[in-house]
Design a protein around this ligand. Structure first.
Ligand SMILES: [Mn+2]
Length: 447
């Protein structure tokens, strides 16, 4: 019913034509049709404070009454502190140790941002933090910014007036008791009669329904990712290491404004193409092999997720092509079903049916895909029907270790009112398009 629209092939064609003029031209030709970006505050790549305020308002509407506490639970990586997605979604605040408190029934102030006290000695090493003053309140869009030393006292005070404590984030799978529940237990010791309730999937579902500004940011992230892929593809040939291919993609992403890869890049050739999370990228590629590249950039805190599988020498063998065609057919079978109201498991079943019927059922060993958003495996209820604005991956794969042959094709699609659209339409996906691209690609050092 929904076959890929003819228009979806245009960017790939444009790429082919533009090749003669260099990769940069090709990229611009694709990006020209994309939605305009919302204003971002640089260098942090955050949106206007009003965007986050509206999200808090939606969450408070779902709460109705009571109090919710959301901790910033990000982590440090090579590019610096990465804010946890729930907290970022609701605040746009990038600081570690911050805490959001929402109390929808309060009369004068319903939102509170708690920040750790300043530490002049630490700031000599990690950078100066701002004092709590009008400038910071305007920057973050909070009327009440407080120091976290007073958190428990404030929540006790709020809970005594509206005695429900909401868990709004999805609990992690770890052993540790979530920090919000730890705090709530302390509040309950001090205010009898306060109950703890869960908002379930409410916040996850809010995050999964992307508005047009988020989609524009995600589309830009995809264009950046695609440019890195093409630069990396130009480096693919026998005798080159997987790491060189990976480094080329990551270099281009950084140049184009991405702060970090959205996840650990996977570049696996030969047998490594069958290892789902092969992390090392250290093998030298050989003639006649496949190389599987599952790698993507983060942009403005939004993740991207794309996989392509290329023939190292530019042409698929008959067996590689046969497997590739089955994986592609499986992806397209799933794509054809995507529309509001459909369940993810229906898509999974459609893709699996194609691979099962071709006799490779035992070699498709993972799920069909996941939501993508602020996290690469994003929040969202896979058991609920799909809705407009949700972004998901379709990533069937066949992995045959005994033949050192693994193929995965991963694209991101957005659910539209009438069906779905490939967001990742700037990269060749069909095998003949990939072979044509490989045949016409720039020579090494020739760029
Ligand atoms: Mn994925």
């Amino acid at each position: 019913m929904h076959t890929p629209r003819p228009a979806a092939c245009l960017p790939a064609l444009a790429l082919t034509f533009a090749l003669a003029f260099g990769l940069a031209t090709a990229h611009q030709a694709v990006a020209a049709e994309d939605p305009p970006l919302p204003a971002l505050r640089e260098p942090a790549q955050t949106q206007s404070p009003a965007v986050y305020a509206a999200r808090r308002e939606a969450l408070m509407k779902a709460m109705g009454s009571g109090v919710a506490v959301v901790y910033a639970e990000g982590s440090e990586d090579a590019a610096g502190y990465r804010q946890s997605a729930d907290f970022f979604y609701l605040t746009g605040v990038l600081e570690a140790g911050a805490v959001l408190v929402l109390a929808p029934q309060e009369r004068s102030h319903r939102e509170f941002l708690f920040l750790p006290s300043r530490d002049p000695e630490a700031e000599r090493w990690t950078g100066e933090r701002e004092p709590i003053a009008a400038a910071l309140r305007t920057k973050y869009g909070f009327e009440r910014i407080l120091r976290s030393g007073g958190l428990l006292r404030s929540v006790v005070d709020l809970a005594s007036r509206s005695p429900t404590l909401w868990q709004v984030t999805r609990p992690g799978a770890g052993e540790a008791r979530p920090r919000d529940l730890q705090l709530y237990a302390k509040v309950q010791e001090r205010v009898p009669g306060v109950s703890t309730k869960s908002l379930g999937w409410t916040l996850a579902q809010l995050r999964a329904r992307h508005d047009s500004e988020e989609l524009a940011l995600m589309q830009r992230g995809i264009r950046i990712t695609e440019a890195g892929h093409l630069a990396a593809w130009a480096a693919v040939r026998a005798g080159v290491s997987e790491g060189e291919v990976r480094a080329e993609a990551e270099r281009v992403w950084r140049v184009r404004g991405s702060r970090r890869p959205a996840y650990e890049s996977i570049v696996g050739s030969g047998f490594n193409s069958t290892v789902l999370h092969y992390p090392r990228s250290e093998r030298v590629m050989q003639d006649g092999e496949l190389v599987l590249m599952d790698m993507a950039a983060e942009y403005a805190h939004y993740a991207t997720d794309i996989t392509r599988t290329l023939p190292v020498n530019g042409r698929y063998t008959a067996e590689q092509r046969k497997v590739y065609d089955i994986v592609l057919k499986a992806q397209e079978a799933a794509f054809a079903l995507v529309r509001p109201g459909v369940h993810y498991e229906d898509l999974d079943r459609a893709a699996r049916k194609v691979i099962d019927e071709a006799g490779y059922g035992d070699y498709f060993i993972h799920g069909l895909g996941h939501f993508v958003g602020l996290d690469v495996h994003d929040a969202g209820a896979q058991h609920e029907p799909l809705e407009v604005g949700m972004v998901l991956t379709l990533e069937p794969g066949i992995y045959i270790p005994e033949k050192g042959l693994g193929v995965r094709i991963e694209d991101q699609v957005v659910v539209t009112p009438t069906g779905a659209r490939y967001l990742t339409d700037g990269l060749p996906r069909r095998p003949e398009e990939i072979e044509r691209w490989m045949a016409a690609r720039p020579r090494p050092g020739g760029r």
